[in-house]
Design a protein around this ligand. Structure first.
Ligand SMILES: NC(=O)c1ccc[n+]([C@@H]2O[C@H](COP(=O)([O-])OP(=O)(O)OC[C@H]3O[C@@H](n4cnc5c(N)ncnc54)[C@H](O)[C@@H]3O)[C@@H](O)[C@H]2O)c1
Ligand SMILES: [Zn+2]
Length: 361
């Protein structure tokens, strides 16, 4: 399998490279004056990998915490770079996970109407998912992810080695999105990816392969609909029910777990609506439950969960546009009324989940 792929975007083509030798790859990909924006953990633990970069003008370190992923923080960074004399021919080198990516790519987009940026993703989620697709999303006050832009990087350099230090929850976050791509991708992709999944992040060969395959599935979708007008919406699979679960539990259930449960729930409802055969549901559900920590509690209050569901961005009136599943490789958009029937289905899912996890609740 090729260790390199190219993405076509409205702003031109950009390439993704899987690399071993960090200093060497950086030297090749980045030229001219550079401004580094890095995750504090990465800077503390991997700083030496960036030492050979010539012509570094500024270095800015940020904590990857949700309260930093704001429009204000991005504007502060923009002001800092302007104060340091950034020019259109400079490059911003962003090293971190999705949060640092969101701040860096948004700042690069609004500065001088677009400064090139190079991305070094350091989490599994950023490597296998967010590094392509051009999107950024920032919080403004209480509004989460409501400000953003489409500004692709000029290069993405992936060093799977960074995954060695990821905490288990961050690995699960990445696996949640990989499972989503696997289910969207179709039968043989699903088989291959789910076969490799238990081997990562330890096995570097499996890890490299999974990252490339996951990106190849997303590539096919974003190249058809970069601006999220139609086809790209299927990447929200598992997210409608997942976000409501994150809200309901005040993020005690982490994103990757919530998306995994969200897909299982969407599939359960798909069976109820006659879209997905029970046998296929059972097979997929067994795989999905492998990415849910043993002690994750189910939803208890259905009315409260429905309230969180009704806050979804894709609501019109009393109907949400949900992503349901007709089979592996066949995720479809379906309008779902937030009515008694749906509440009943979710309650039945709660009972199913409880039995599946053998939880006595
Ligand atoms: N722009 C997009 O397309 C897009 C897509 C999906 C998610 N996101 C955003 O990404 C964010 C989640 O990003 P994420 O899951 O990549 O992680 P993150 O950026 O939130 O970082 C999670 C934690 O991992 C640490 N970390 C980073 N790399 C590490 C490493 N190699 N070893 C050990 N620790 C490391 C960070 O310091 C942080 O504590 C959310 O804010 C989400 O909204 C953006
Ligand atoms: Zn997600």
């Amino acid at each position: 399998m090729n260790n390199h792929l190219t993405i076509s975007s409205y702003a031109g083509k950009y390439d993704i490279r899987m690399c071993d030798d960090i200093p060497r790859a950086l030297k090749h990909a980045v030229s001219g004056p550079v401004h580094i924006l890095a995750d504090r953990y990465i800077w503390k633990n991997y700083r030496g990998q960036f030492r050979d970069l010539p012509n570094v003008r500024t270095t800015h370190i940020l904590d990857a915490v949700e309260k930093n992923k704001t429009l204000d923080r991005a504007v502060t960074y923009v002001k800092f770079l302007l104060g340091q004399g950034i020019r259109k021919n400079h490059t911003i080198l962003v090293a971190g996970g999705g949060q640092i990516q969101d701040i860096g790519s948004f700042a690069a987009h609004i500065l001088l109407r677009g400064v090139p940026w190079v991305f070094v993703p350091t989490t599994l989620l950023a490597m296998a998912d967010s590094c392509i697709g051009s999107k950024s999303a920032l919080n403004v006050g209480k509004y989460k992810n409501q400000v953003g832009a489409f500004w692709p990087p000029s290069h993405v350099l992936i060093f799977p080695k960074f995954c060695k230090t990821l905490p288990e929850s961050a690995v699960r976050d990445g696996k949640g999105e990989i499972l989503k791509h696997a289910l969207i991708g179709g039968g043989s992709t699903f088989k291959r990816l789910t076969g490799l999944l238990p081997k990562i992040p330890k096995n570097q060969t499996a890890l490299t392969r999974i990252i490339i395959e996951s990106l190849l599935i997303k590539k096919q979708i974003i190249e058809k609909d970069e601006f999220d007008r139609d086809t790209r919406k299927i990447l929200n699979y598992g997210h409608t029910f997942g976000h409501a679960l994150e809200g309901y539990t005040h993020t005690a259930v982490a994103h990757g777990t919530a998306v995994t449960i969200g897909m299982d729930m969407a599939n359960f409802i798909s069976v109820r609506r006659g879209l997905l055969p029970q046998k296929e549901f059972d097979m997929i559900s067994t795989v999905l439950h492998g990415n849910i920590p043993y002690d994750t509690l189910p939803v208890r209050s259905i009315p409260l969960y429905m309230k969180y569901l009704s806050r979804d961005k894709k609501m019109t009136g009393d109907t949400v546009t949900a992503l349901l599943c007709r089979g592996i490789g066949r995720v479809v958009q379906v309008p779902l009324k937030l009515d008694k029937q749906l509440a009943g289905d979710i309650d039945d899912y709660r009972k199913y989940y409880r039995r599946q996890r053998k939880l006595n609740l």
